[in-house]
Design a protein around this ligand. Structure first.
Ligand code: NAP
Length: 463
């Protein structure tokens, strides 16, 4: 049996519920806050008061890194999940059970106990502020999710034990999902794996399914990447392909088997927003597209990590002059990233009207592709699909490029596009679409699991 780790805000019942679950499973219970007090010989309010929160978090990290690896139930402090290093340790061969409660309940429970202040705010405001700040982290720790507002610790423990035994989805929903996956779009070996995971005799009920949603999607490199990362970090998940012309069908299946999440690709990045309970401010308000859906505690939350995939490789060139080719979905994320880096951006597109619409949203200049001749940018970002097809030529002529400028081609199949080869020949600095893929996938993994994967790890897996 792997470890069971309780996460959640203070006052949600991690210790009480964890102790009962441990007793019923005949496992020891370890409370990380108690271990910290034992290790330092001081109470947690004293450590906060005398040494500050940072020192407390350092000791907490040491305690978490040294926890036993199996057959144990662990209760954690409320802020543990915000540290990616802690999440890496806690996620290994473990089930994370998120306990939550409404603010009135938490306030009532906490007002009875001594507590180290996390802010200078009154208790209720502090709870609201900290819960909001940690929301995304708690979601990344929600393999199972139990609301303890109205239940006794014993009833909550019953729920946990029942969920551990039944796992994700129902027998019927798993069978229906298998029919959805059996369209021949997934390769035979991957389909056999999925069949075992969903309906196999010895299936592990706690293996969670997730995948890439698109049409087409079978070519995606995300399954290879994510499944290798699950192996590396000891995460009990399987990543597959949700390929269907109907987004409605994809979302229905994903929800019915309680999938961990979806990476969303062409042509659903805008349409998927209709299916979400919440969208983060970057994805919704600014870019208008979602490429990541996290399912947590019954809700579907949308994020956009594409823009970070453009921003990160260009982060050292703040304030530069940039030309963005294209005005579609990828260009919207790129425009957001470039303007976020205070760049002076001109958007050029085959259909100038579309360039104008995008430019107006982000305060950029715009024009048709022919305008490139009069511009001398420091950076060119290609967000058109030109370069994907075998017969495609570079979207630019040699005299539109100059040595020293940066050329970033978002197209990642093939890894070396005609534009990248041309830019290398002319002495430009080049960034391939693979870099964008790596950075957006790294951010996705963080949103799904709270772990910060080094970019080089992803690069090695994809090589
Ligand atoms: P999209 O929404 O369909 O937009 C395509 C854009 O390219 C439109 O502005 C379109 O112009 C223009 N375009 C299409 N064909 C063209 C042609 N033959 N000549 C000139 N312009 C043309 O597509 P998208 O989702 O933005 O994707 C664009 C590219 O980014 C794809 O190759 C995709 O693989 C890549 N991408 C890479 C990553 C990564 O991780 N590296 C992530 C996302 C996307 P009109 O307005 O005139 O139609």
């Amino acid at each position: 049996m792997r470890r069971i780790v309780f996460a959640g805000f203070r006052g949600t019942g991690k210790t009480e519920v964890g102790k009962i679950v441990a007793r019923r499973l005949n496992f020891p219970f370890i409370d990380t806050d108690a271990l910290i007090e034992e290790k330092t010989g001081r109470s947690i309010p004293d450590i906060f008061h005398e040494d500050g929160e940072e020192r407390f978090r350092t000791v907490e990290r040491q305690v978490i890194a040294a926890l036993p690896e199996k057959d144990v139930v662990i209760g954690t402090g409320g802020g543990v999940v915000t540290d990616p290093c802690n999440m890496q340790h806690l996620r290994k061969e473990s089930v994370l059970v998120l306990l939550f409660a409404d603010i009135d309940t938490i306030e009532k429970r906490l007002s009875r106990k001594p507590r180290p202040p996390l802010t200078n705010l009154p208790l209720r405001e502090e709870i609201a502020e900290m819960m909001e700040r940690r929301r995304q982290h708690y979601r990344a720790a929600a393999d199972l999710c139990i609301d303890t507002s109205e239940t006794t610790p014993a009833a909550a423990a019953d729920c946990v034990i029942q969920s551990l035994a039944s796992g994700y989805g129902t027998e019927e929903s798993r069978k229906t999902a298998l029919a959805f996956f059996s369209t021949g779009r997934i390769n035979p070996q991957a389909f056999r794996t999925l069949t075992n995971l969903l309906t196999g005799k010895d299936r592990d009920p706690l293996t969670r399914i997730m995948g890439v949603a698109g049409y087409p999607a079978a070519h995606s490199r995300s399954p290879t990447l994510f499944n290798a990362l699950f192996e590396k970090y000891g995460i009990n998940c399987h990543y597959t392909v949700f390929e269907d012309p109907e987004l409605d069908e994809i979302v229905r299946v994903a929800r019915s088997i309680d999938a961990r999440g979806l990476s969303v690709t062409i042509p659903f990045k805008q349409d998927v927003m209709e299916y979400l309970d919440e969208v983060d401010e970057h994805a919704a308000e600014q870019i208008g597209a979602v490429n990541t859906v996290v399912f947590a505690c019954g809700s579907a939350i949308g994020y956009n990590t594409d823009w970070l995939g453009v921003r990160k490789p260009l982060a050292s060139q703040k304030g530069a002059e940039a030309v963005l080719l294209g005005a579609g979905g990828a260009a919207a994320g790129a425009a957001y990233a470039l303007t976020d880096l205070d760049m002076k951006v001109t958007i050029l597109n085959r259909t100038p009207e579309n360039a104008r619409n995008l430019a107006e949203r982000f305060g950029c200049a715009y024009g048709g592709l022919g305008e490139m001749d009069r511009l001398k940018p420091d950076i060119i970002v290609n967000a058109t699909p030109l370069g994907m097809n075998a017969n495609d030529k570079s979207p630019l002529s040699d005299d539109q490029l100059r040595a020293g400028m940066t050329v970033f081609d978002l197209v990642y199949t093939p890894p070396e596009t005609p534009l990248i080869k041309q830019a290398q020949r002319l002495g430009c600095k080049t960034i391939t679409g693979t870099e964008m893929f790596i950075e957006q996938a790294k951010e996705q993994f963080y949103l799904f699991f709270g772990i910060d994967v080094p970019s080089d790890t992803i690069r090695e897996i994809l090589a």
